[in-house]
Design a protein around this ligand. Structure first.
Ligand code: SAM
Length: 284
């Protein structure tokens, strides 16, 4: 549940629509992390690949390019608006593997068998993680590897923490931290617990490597313009956006001003870049 609604409702509602509208922005922000994901996944030519929580399909299409025409790639997600964007990009992988986008809950659906599975931030939202990772394990052929990115802790992720710290003092009350082991972006910050979870789901080997990258939240002709663009990303798309999602226009305007000012302090040469801290996980 996210704020009293199911994950399916969440990713098919306003959040999914907003992500869908901003697909290009998000793909640009995540680009350095995507590179790390594929470098680690080491997809071989001709492989069949499952992209878990594929969203608007950037990583699905990149997988298709990497495995080539002899491969096969399936992107699975529960969000109809994000899948609509993904399907609309179908022609973006010339010479690549055929791609299928499926509306499916990876926690329980049987989507066939695959040589590899991957995910860019799509595995932290299962209501029952042991069941979901067990299901993913079953869909992997012998020797198949699951490779995914998830966030480390909130304080390590300055791209989320800096806007959050600017907004919190404006709110009538500080939002409570999420209950442990519930769907959410920082759920797998504890690598030891994550490793134990993956092993209990049937994975024999698990490696969690820290990956830190500066992600570009905004660019502009001036630092002020870059900070404005970065504030838009932080307040509409990033994990701090829930703080002001239901806010009255006045509070929202004050939050935008405060976040822009905070991000302006991190702008240089027309770019706002802040550290993103992830686990790059591989399990087989
Ligand atoms: C943070 S977004 C990441 C999307 C995409 N991988 C990207 O990097 O742009 C998380 C995605 O996981 C999807 N998701 C959440 N629970 C899911 C489930 N049980 N099965 C499949 N997809 C799920 C959401 O709909 C959403 O698209």
């Amino acid at each position: 549940m996210a704020g009293g609604i199911t994950q399916t409702e969440y990713w098919n509602g306003e959040v999914g629509t907003r992500w869908a509208r901003n697909q290009a922005v998000l793909d640009a922000v995540f680009a350095p992390l995507t590179e790390a994901l594929f470098a680690r996944a080491g997809l071989r030519s001709g492989a069949s690949v499952l992209d878990i929580g594929c969203g608007s399909g950037a990583t699905t299409l990149e997988a298709a390019r990497r495995v080539g025409a002899a491969g096969r790639v399936t992107g699975a997600d529960i969000s109809a608006p994000l899948l609509a964007v993904a399907r609309g990009r179908g022609g973006e992988a010339p010479g690549g593997a055929p791609v299928t986008f499926l509306e499916a809950d990876v926690e329980q659906a049987d989507l066939g068998s695959f040589d590899a599975a991957l995910s860019r931030f799509g595995v932290m939202f299962f209501p029952e993680s042991p069941r979901a990772f067990g299901n993913i394990r079953r869909m992997l052929r012998p020797g198949g590897q699951l490779t995914f990115l998830c966030w480390r802790s909130l304080p390590e992720n300055l791209w989320v923490q800096v806007p959050r710290e600017a907004v919190i003092p404006l709110l009538p009350e500080v939002p409570p931290p999420p209950a442990p082991d519930t769907p959410g972006p920082f759920r797998f910050a504890d690598a030891e617990a994550l490793g134990a979870l993956l092993r209990s789901a049937g994975f024999g080997t698990v490696a969690c490597e820290p990956v830190d990258r500066d992600v570009v939240l905004g660019r502009g002709e001036t630092d002020a313009e870059a900070a404005g663009a970065a504030a838009h990303v932080a307040l509409n798309l990033g994990p701090s956006s829930h703080l002001v999602r239901q806010a009255e226009p006045d509070l929202r305007a004050r939050a935008e001003a405060a976040v822009t000012e905070a991000l302006r302090r991190h702008a240089s040469g027309g770019t706002v870049a802040l550290r993103a801290a992830c686990w790059l996980v591989q399990a087989g």
